[in-house]
Design a protein around this ligand. Structure first.
Ligand code: OAD
Length: 239
């Protein structure tokens, strides 16, 4: 079976990384227009760097949880059975990779990479970023930014993502509120393509009503159970 999975911040919540729209989420404390837009970065780059520096530090001490690890098991198990997992994440953390998934498509970029807006260099980056830091390649200052997608910017890898989505037999959304497009629209695209859809989340998402099947509870409990079911052949692509 070919499975397309979309993940969001909820899958990393039990690893201690905060979500965005929950009661104590990042956007309840900070203004996304100031910290996650190109204009916000132009106006106050130090504030934006500080926000992402704190998140990078949190990520470097976080560990993948049972849900990330279960998806690593799923990728390997599907491959053994002649199938494939396409894991598309909105998350900028690297916990899927560290949980054992070999191919992860980061549509909103990666926190452990930096980009130079002067020369286009994209490099692995585990340190704090700052306005005065020179680019390791072109040596100019003021251009280094986190390699993440901000509001009003185009998500990455969209052609590859849509090809995989319409070629899948099952679409599963895990730990996302369904509030941010284009990811929030994937379930509709899957439905139009006649693909079975399933949501696994703590609470019903904004587009919960669109899904064929819904399971609610913590990702660390529900995802390993669902993976066991799939690998045992008990969760067919079509009901
Ligand atoms: P949100 O914060 O919008 O939603 C997180 C979802 O995870 C919510 O629906 C929660 O119910 C669910 N959740 C929380 N804890 C959970 C748990 N332990 N197990 C399962 N589910 C849990 O995060 P995203 O949907 O990822 O973009 O947000 C999408 C995008 O909006 C992000 O990529 C980011 C943000 O602004 C940018 O910064 C561009």
């Amino acid at each position: 079976m070919n499975i397309f999975i979309l993940t969001g911040a909820g899958i990393s919540a039990e690893s201690g990384l905060g979500t965005f729209r929950d009661k104590d989420g990042a956007w309840s404390k900070f203004d996304p227009m100031k910290l996650a837009t190109p204009q916000g970065f132009r106006r106050a780059p130090d504030d934006v760097h500080h926000f992402y520096n704190m998140r990078r530090r949190d990520l470097l001490t976080a560990e993948p949880n049972a849900a990330h690890q279960a998806l690593g098991r799923l990728e390997a198990g599907l491959a053994e059975r002649g199938g494939e997992l396409f894991l598309c994440t909105q998350n900028i953390d690297n916990l899927h990779e560290r949980g054992g998934v070999r191919r992860v498509v980061h549509m909103h970029g990666e926190l452990l990479k930096a980009r130079c807006t002067h020369c286009g260099l994209v490099a692995e980056w585990h340190e704090d970023l700052a306005v005065e830091l020179p680019c390791p390649d072109c040596k100019r200052t003021g251009g280094m930014r986190p390699h993440v997608v901000w509001f009003e910017e185009m998500p990455l890898h969209m052609d590859e993502i849509f090809d995989a989505l319409v070629g899948a037999e099952l679409f599963v959304s895990i730990g996302t509120s369904g509030a941010v497009y284009p990811a929030a629209g994937f379930v509709q695209s899957a439905k139009h393509a006649g693909i079975r859809t399933c949501e696994i989340n703590l609470d019903p998402s904004e587009n919960a009503f669109v899904f064929d099947e819904r399971r609610y509870g913590p990702a660390t409990e529900l995802v390993p159970l669902w993976v066991d079911e799939v690998l045992a052949g008990g969760f067919p692509a079509r009901a």
